[in-house]
Design a protein around this ligand. Structure first.
Ligand code: AMP
Ligand code: MG
Length: 350
């Protein structure tokens, strides 16, 4: 059983130091970041890193993000930091942006972290507990999202403690994650930024650094069997509850509400049960008996979505219908997670 440390009300440095010692000893620590919780191990220790894959049941070809607390740690791992990458670092670090670099040929970062790729994804978290943990460990920390593979990412310790407490040595509880969605993952090549996974740092914000940003086709498109992808994580079943889910979206709010009510009506005729997840302002329009508020704006929806997706299986319904949010700004990241949670079962109307 893992040691548990409540850091919610007050940061207890001695306990973060104990957790850092577990990292140095080659063990796993569950820790908060501003995006979602992570399961961390010493990124320089191949044996420790392999424990993460075992704990999560994660496919060995899905690389991990390396978390650092200073630029020296990055310089020690990567071949070079280009001018554009430096600009991005200055603007967005510490924060929810992961940059994919070419790794040094000496392979200081073991193959288990990068899934044998010659690149490595790195991010500097802004969460104070995460920052202290890395500082005290004195090594970069490889950490994927804290969840058994395929499940929604953990944004609260209460949601994940059952599935992970026997798999880690230490739990640092920092309360509800600020952002609630994983980092934006990008790769820069030929002065162009390619978004491999959308997150809190939006396309629009990246365009302010260089006006040449594209979105990888697999961010919204389905990955076909055996298709090569820029970010291996995009291949896998992700974020999905066991209950069947469907996303419905239209720019025209009334059209979206009407469509969701149509589907509900048909399901009721077949004696099926429905749960609708919608914006607060729409809830009273839904005929569904079960309906949950997902938030009032994109920031709130991003923060709530994983914890809500984790709860739907307890409701015993036949279908969960989730309002879509469009692709503008943070909407792209939310849509990317929703269509995976729905296993590509979605309807988009004009
Ligand atoms: P997670 O750890 O659950 O936040 O997932 C990390 C994501 O970053 C996955 O989608 C990975 O495919 C992606 N990623 C990590 N390292 C690399 C890399 N070197 N090249 C491309 N994608 C990466
Ligand atoms: Mg994940």
């Amino acid at each position: 059983m893992a040691k548990y440390s409540n850091q919610k009300n007050k940061i207890v440095e001695e306990e973060i130091a104990e957790a850092a010692q577990e990292i140095k000893n080659g063990n796993l620590v569950l820790f908060p970041t501003e995006t979602v919780y992570g399961i961390g191990a010493n990124a320089l220790d191949e044996v420790a890193v392999k424990k993460i894959f075992k704990a999560k049941g994660r496919a060995g070809d899905n690389p991990l993000i390396v978390h650092v607390c200073n630029i020296e740690m990055v310089e020690n791992i990567v071949k070079e930091i280009t001018d554009v990458e430096r600009k991005l670092i200055e603007k967005f670090w510490p924060g929810p942006l992961t940059i994919i670099f070419d790794r040094k040929s000496e392979k200081i970062i073991p193959n288990a972290v990068t899934a044998n790729l010659n690149t490595v994804g790195i991010r500097m978290p802004s969460n104070k507990i995460a920052k202290k943990l890395i500082e005290k460990a004195g090594v970069p920390i490889a950490a994927p999202s804290a969840n058994v593979s395929g499940r929604p990412s953990g944004t609260k310790v209460e949601d994940i403690i059952e599935e992970l407490q026997d798999k880690v040595s230490y739990i640092l509880d920092g309360g509800f994650s600020d952002i609630g969605l994983e980092s934006t993952v990008i790769k820069v090549s030929n002065n162009q930024i390619n978004i491999l996974r959308p997150g809190k740092i939006t396309k629009e914000e990246l365009e302010k650094v260089i006006n040449n940003v594209c979105i990888d086709t697999h961010v919204l498109g389905k990955v076909e069997k055996n298709e090569k992808v820029a970010s291996p994580g995009m291949k896998y079943r992700h974020y999905a509850p066991n209950t069947k889910c469907m996303m419905v979206y239209s720019k025209n709010n009334q059209k979206m509400v009407d469509k969701i009510n149509d589907i509900t009506k048909k399901m009721y005729e077949d004696n099926k049960n429905i749960l609708v997840l919608g914006r607060k302002d729409n809830l009273e329009e839904y005929i569904s008996q079960k309906k949950w508020n997902i938030g009032e704006n994109l920031n709130e929806i991003a923060k709530n979505i994983f914890t809500l997706l984790r709860k739907v299986d307890k409701e015993n319904v036949d279908l969960v219908i989730i309002e879509g949010v469009g692709e503008k700004g943070l909407g792209l990241a939310i849509t990317n997670r929703l269509i995976r949670a729905c296993e590509y079962n979605y309807i988009v109307l004009d």
